[in-house]
Each structure stands twice: as C-alpha cells, then as structure tokens.
Write a protein that binds this ligand. Structure first.
Ligand SMILES: Cc1ncc(COP(=O)(O)O)c(C=O)c1O
Length: 389
C-alpha cells in the first residue's frame, strides 16, 4: 500500500541547498544527480504543521513575535513524555539553529587557543565552529568495532587531564549513528565534572531513534553534573524544519543561563520568527503519531540499504544505524582514494557526503542520506551498485 512519504516532490527551484546548490558547493551540475548529502529529508511537512502556517500567512501581518506559553509547553510536554526529561522554561535559549548557541558558549567557556574536544568522526560543522572562534580542535578517536562506535574513555581522560576546556558531544551521534546508553552518558558527564570540562551536548537527533534503542539525554543524569552543561534540542530533524532555523539550548545553571541570555540580547536574538515558533509548537503538540510512523518508514529505508550492502557488496560494509537517517558506509576495503571514489559516485549520479569531512577517521567512508521516498532510495541503490560492486 502506498505511503504518503512515497510521494516524490520536485525540490528544484526552491533555493534548496541540497538540490539547487550542488553545483555551487560540490561542482556537480544540476540534472540527473541524486543528492544524498545535506541532512534534510525530501518529505513534505504534514498538515498539522502546514495548516497553522497557512492560516498565519493569510493573517498577513508579520510583526515582531515572542514565544508564548504554548511554545514552551509543547516542547516541555514532548520531552517529558518522549524522553523523561523535565525541562524548565528558564533553561530555554532560542536561537536560529544550534551553532550560534554552541559558538557563543564556546566563547564564554574558553579563551582563544584553548582546546575544545570532539569525538571523531563527528558532524563537520563542529570543526568549523571551533576553528572560527579561534579555539583549538582536539579530537578523541572513537573505537570502531565493525561499525559499532564507542567512546575511548581512557583517551578522553588523558586529554581532559591535558587541559581541555569544553567538549561538544553529539547525542545521538552523527555520523556514527550511535544512541549513547545511560551508562556511556553518565560516565561522560562524570568525567567532565571531575576535570571541570564544560559539556555542550547537541541532542537535535534525539527523536530519530530506531528499534530497541532508547535515547538518554545528558539532562537525565544527576543534577550535580548540570553545573557546566548546555544541551541543544530542536524539532529540526524530527519534523524536517531546518530552514525555519530554530534550536532551544537548555542551560540549567542559572548564572550560565543568564550569561547566554545577555549574549543573545547583545546580538539581538531576542525576537523570533513567527513561522518558526508556530511550526515548532504545532509539530511538538500534534506530531506524536506522525513521527512514530515516519520512524518506521526511515527504518525500512535503512534496512533496504543494509540488505543491498550485506547481500551484494563484498568490499563495503554497513551497520544499521541506531539513530539518524544518515547511513555511515565503510568503503575502506575498496582501496580507492577518497577523491577517486567521490569522482566515480558523482559520475554515477549519487552525491554522498564524503567521510573525510567528518575528520581523519572518516577517510574511506561515505555518508548517505536515507531521508527520501523509497523509490528514490531504490534508484540511488541502482546507481551505487555500479560503483561499489
Ligand atoms: C548534530 C548536528 N548538530 C547541528 C546540526 C545543524 O543544525 P541546525 O539546523 O540547527 O544548524 C546538524 C545538521 O545536520 C547536526 O547533525
């Protein structure tokens, strides 16, 4: 039976980064290539998001907007029900995306040249944020056991001893696909506390979790560890709203919360897009069943790719992700240089994000976006077959 997410929608001509700007960013001419890079999906937003937006559009006055009670409550209720986390209104700092808040916190919690640590491989923009704030990137390589990533806590501790000021943690992990367990998250928070390292946990993938895995937020650890912590949460990935630019960064420590509020005031980030606020509150309030169903669809896509790789490819491996709709595919045994692999994939008409963007440990990997209708994924697989076989 057809699923509403099966519908293929043409995104060309919408100034869409992923489809319209492949030439600008990757030198790939618009046309036959199927983008599998930027992590947004190709699904239309459901009516419980679009209808309120249409009504707001019809209203026709787009003056300055605030965050109303329903905005806070819709997020608070979602996180309570879905993640057993009790958020407080005072913790919210609402910014256009996660990175502005992360950058401001890095600037507050460290000095120029200080080390900011990330696990590698990791979401590439973290490197950019650390470098552009004048800090030094410190990486801790994760263990990779047949595609199953774990934190090297011995290395982490050694680096913390050596003077790391801030750690940016990705929970769940992009691109490793891990949903960190309660034990891992607790151990990490304890270690940060022990060495006085500020922890920024980017949890914007929290809702995209598959199977038996349970997301465990840093906000579920003992509050004694909240002193030097910030947690980014968003509906961006959950509901497909990245261009509406909205993240809530939670800061439980009152003094640190005030400090970020003051920074936001300084930069004039204290009024909000009416559309972003409305879309998010409608999504959080009415999205439960839709998200559950979408997760099943994404899970099936994930399985389709895993079956293709497992059954047909000899030199490529893929471990089904626990989270995200981004498949992290290990092509190292093909023995091709990254540039050559990239060239061949582009020629075949599939555009992944090459693994080296996520750090040295990403060399030989590709990241594929599975957030697309099944028929599009099938076509991507047909094209991948010609290169990866
Ligand atoms: C872990 C992580 N953080 C942040 C972002 C960027 O999010 P935003 O849309 O808030 O800039 C992404 C986007 O893929 C991501 O994967």
């Amino acid at each position: 039976m057809a699923h509403e997410l099966d519908t293929v929608i043409n995104r060309y001509g919408t100034d869409c980064l992923k489809w319209d700007y492949m030439e600008k960013w990757l030198g790939v001419p618009e046309g036959e290539a199927l983008p599998s890079w930027v992590s947004d999906w190709d699904f239309k937003a459901p009516e419980f998001i679009t209808k309120p937006l249409q009504a707001r559009l019809e209203h026709g006055i787009f003056g300055y907007s605030e965050r109303g009670d329903e905005y806070f409550n819709s997020v608070i209720d979602w996180w309570q029900e879905r993640h057993q986390v009790t958020l407080k209104k005072e913790w919210f700092h609402t910014t256009p995306g996660s990175l502005p808040a992360i950058a401001m916190l890095v600037e507050r919690w460290s000095q120029e040249g200080d080390k900011v640590l990330i696990l590698s491989p990791v979401y590439h923009a973290f490197y950019r944020t650390i470098e552009h704030t004048g800090r030094t990137v410190a990486t801790s390589k994760m263990h990779n056991d047949n595609g199953y990533y774990t934190i090297d806590f011995d290395d982490l501790e050694a680096q913390f001893k050596d003077g790391v000021k801030v750690m940016i943690f990705c929970n769940p992990h992009n691109p490793g696909g891990r949903v960190w367990t309660e034990e891992e998250v607790t151990r990490l928070c304890k270690l940060c506390h022990q060495y006085g390292v500020y922890l920024i946990s980017d949890e914007i993938w929290a809702d995209i979790v598959f199977g038996e895995n349970t997301f465990f937020s840093c906000l579920r650890v003992d509050p004694i560890y909240f002193e030097k912590m910030a947690v980014c949460i968003a509906g961006t990935k959950t509901f497909g709203l990245p261009s509406l630019r909205l993240t809530n960064t939670m800061i439980p420590n009152e003094k640190e919360a005030e400090a970020l509020k003051s920074k936001l005031l300084a930069y004039g980030i204290d009024v909000y897009s009416a559309f972003s606020i409305l879309a998010n509150q409608s999504a959080y309030r009415h999205g439960k069943a839709w998200v559950d169903d979408t997760l099943k669809y994404l899970d099936a896509n994930n399985q389709l790719l895993a079956d293709f790789i497992g059954n047909e490819l000899k030199q490529v491996t893929y471990r089904v992700q626990e989270s995200t709709y981004l498949a992290w595919v290990d092509c190292r045994d093909m023995g091709l240089a990254d540039e050559e692999l990239e060239k061949q994939l582009h020629a075949a008409g599939v555009i992944p994000t090459m693994g080296y963007n996520f750090g040295e440990e990403g060399r030989g990997f590709i990241r594929l976006n599975l957030g697309c209708p099944k028929s599009v994924l099938e076509e991507k697989i047909r094209r991948l077959r010609t290169v990866l076989k």
